[in-house]
Ligand binder design. Structure first.
Ligand SMILES: Nc1ncnc2c1ncn2[C@@H]1O[C@H](COP(=O)(O)OP(=O)(O)O)[C@@H](O)[C@H]1O
Ligand SMILES: [Mg+2]
Length: 274
């Protein structure tokens, strides 16, 4: 299998500048390479691009996006092995394929241009639901160095267990305090201590454990006010099985000002682990 790397989906500056900054720093911290990929959607539209007048311009534009992203990544992390390419296809399909052999996929949360913005946010949702590795969505225009904590939403589900591992690893690599937040429902009996097993976790010794009662997404966001990263699973313990992305993960993806890492179920259940 190819060596694992951090992959960033790029669709043009300035909106993915922060995603590049975040992804490059994380690749360096993990000691792995970085790959930048731009999905060239025009290849999917069944128009004869080859012979048309617009094709060279579209390709040149796409190649410009790739070149600019490469330059930014090199500026942010000189010395980091970086590759970049244009891949024919829709962003979700291109990035889902990449996620099979990536350690992590990083996306910007929107791009300029309303239509493309929609496309990208649906890409983010699609990836957070189906990717084979963790997905981090990074908002443009926010200061990534603000905040001193990694906040992990923990509801006892398998995806939340994976969120714990991811969040504690990130905290260790970046010298941040991990805060594990469990929100109990008003009527939930709290004699089963959800976090009991976690407290024995080697990396969790220095972590803060917060247990509060109320609305999960709201309280998770409140306790993330000083977060550099918020980590959740794509699904939790409850909800409607018809939902592919749980309501808590959807809400924090849309509303958290800091980068959000989602650990998809498809990244937790490794299909060839036997
Ligand atoms: N009550 C909660 N307290 C803390 N974190 C939570 C809580 N509920 C959900 N989360 C976080 O959000 C993720 C997604 O859960 P959720 O959106 O509730 O999905 P579902 O609808 O399947 O329960 C979980 O893996 C967990 O990280
Ligand atoms: Mg839930």
């Amino acid at each position: 299998m190819a060596e694992k790397r951090v992959v960033i989906g790029i669709d043009g500056a300035p909106d993915c500048e922060n995603a590049i900054r975040w992804g490059a720093a994380e690749a360096a911290a993990r000691g792995v390479g970085l790959h930048l990929v731009h999905a060239f959607v025009w290849a999917e539209f069944k128009v004869p691009l080859g012979a048309s007048d617009v094709a060279p311009g579209l390709w040149a534009y796409a190649d410009g996006i790739v070149a600019d992203a490469l330059e930014l990544a090199r500026k942010f992390e000189p010395g980091l092995p970086v590759t970049a390419s244009r891949a024919d296809g829709f962003p979700a399909a291109v990035l889902l394929a990449e996620s099979r052999c990536a350690e992590l996929i990083v996306l910007g949360s929107r791009v300029s241009g309303r239509l493309v913005g929609l496309l990208v946010s649906s890409t983010g949702m699609e990836l957070a639901t189906h990717a084979h590795c963790p997905v981090v969505v990074v908002r443009p225009g926010v200061d990534l160095a603000v905040g001193s904590r990694v906040v992990i939403g923990y509801d006892g589900s398998p995806a939340a267990d994976a969120a714990i591992d991811f969040g504690l690893g990130y905290a260790r690599r970046h010298g941040l305090v991990a805060r594990i937040v469990t929100v109990l429902a008003e009527d939930e009996d709290d004699d089963h201590d959800l976090t009991a097993a976690l407290r024995a976790h080697q990396d969790a010794r220095a972590a803060e454990f917060i247990e509060v009662t109320g609305h999960p997404a709201e309280l998770l966001l409140e306790w993330s006010a000083d977060a550099q990263l918020l980590v959740v699973g794509s699904r939790g313990r409850g909800g409607f099985s018809g939902l592919l992305l749980g309501s808590v993960s959807q809400t924090v993806l849309h509303q958290a000002p800091c980068p959000v890492a989602v650990i998809p179920r498809s990244a937790v259940e490794v299909p060839d682990a036997h």
